[in-house]
Design a protein around this ligand. Structure first.
Ligand SMILES: Cc1ncc(COP(=O)(O)O)c(C=O)c1O
Length: 322
């Protein structure tokens, strides 16, 4: 049976172009990038190129990108690293969007352990977070706010530039999970974010590698300690192959950024699916923009897992959001 894969919000297949670049780089990664000899320097050059590719896409400085094992690690590093660095300060609250990915929401327990109060920002019906709700919760005790750019489930795009602005006015740091929108028509400055996490496998890169942008001067404690890799922000010999893959996946995705066929395909898909009785498009009627490749559907009265299993039996892989 020919299978149809509709779960790109969870992960995307590795691009053959990216794979080719990774294979080509294999011959240059015999050395440890921390070694000063020729082989080490050759390996280091691969990381430098990837850092340039990712920092260009983020619109940030070369040295503001930290490579990690995943988008999850990058988000953990952002939130817990900032909290840990500020644990003796007077700002003891962290605001998290209620519809954040688990890599942000599950930081709650650790934050509580570090002595922080976590407040969830309520979400609207379409899963979005409004500036007004963030503003209401901001006070001089808030250390940091985390609101994602594009929601991985509903696809709704949050007003992150406006949210960053109210955070800045209140003296709070702003972390933005941009895993679903990277690379895009935005930069870290157009958003106004202090910390941004991204991931390779959502853009046809390899699984198990991500990156964190940290605005220069932001106080963050590393979660992994040991060697001085990543300018002491993330110890451990780098995942060279993964980092090379992230760099080239970023380049490829940027080259295709103007391709809007995803939303055309999505609209045609929606038109036929919404003919089925009882199926509801979650973000229908929203005044927020929605990611072009996302379609979040509900069928009230039907268990999501049963729909997923039945679709799977029919050869359709869709319906999860990791
Ligand atoms: C919005 C969002 N944030 C974070 C992650 C985690 O990224 P990773 O799978 O690289 O840990 C995902 C997907 O898995 C995601 O969709």
């Amino acid at each position: 049976m020919k299978r149809i894969y509709l779960d790109h919000a969870a992960t995307t297949p590795l691009s053959l172009g990216v794979l080719g670049m990774m294979q080509e780089a294999l011959g240059q990664m015999d050395g440890n990038p921390s070694s000063l000899h020729h082989d080490g320097r050759q390996a280091k050059q691969l990381i430098d190129l990837a850092r340039e590719q990712v920092s260009n896409a983020l619109g940030c400085l070369f040295g503001e990108v930290v490579f990690t094992s995943s988008g999850t690690e990058a988000a953990n590093q952002a939130i817990l690293g900032v909290a840990w660095a500020a644990r003796d300060g007077s700002r003891k609250k962290v605001l998290l969007g209620a519809t954040e990915h688990h890599c942000v929401l599950h930081c709650q327990e650790v934050l509580a352990g570090l002595g922080f109060q976590v407040v969830l920002i309520p979400a609207n019906r379409d899963g979005s977070i409004s500036v007004a709700d963030v503003s209401k919760l901001l006070d001089e005790e808030v250390l940091m706010v985390s609101v994602m750019h594009g929601n991985n489930e509903t696809g709704v795009i949050n007003p992150v530039t406006e949210i960053a602005e109210v955070c800045r006015d209140a003296g709070a740091l702003f972390h933005c999970d941009c895993v679903q929108t990277f690379p895009g028509y935005w930069t870290v400055d157009s958003i106004g974010a202090d910390l941004v996490n991204v991931s390779a496998h959502k853009i046809h890169g390899p699984k198990g590698v991500g990156a964190l942008y940290v605005r220069g001067g932001t106080k963050v404690k590393p979660l992994l300690v040991g060697g001085g890799q990543e300018r002491e922000m993330r110890a451990g010999t780098e995942n060279l192959l993964g980092i090379v893959g992230l760099g080239w996946a970023t380049e490829e995705a940027r080259a295709k950024i103007e391709d809007d066929t995803r939303s055309i395909a999505r609209d045609a898909f929606l038109e036929s699916v919404l003919r089925c009785s009882g199926v509801v498009h979650t973000v229908a009627g929203t005044d927020r923009p929605v990611l072009p490749g996302h379609a979040h559907l509900r069928s009230p009265g039907l268990e999501a897992e049963i729909v997923l299993i039945r679709l799977d039996r029919e050869g359709v892989g869709g319906g999860s959001s990791v």
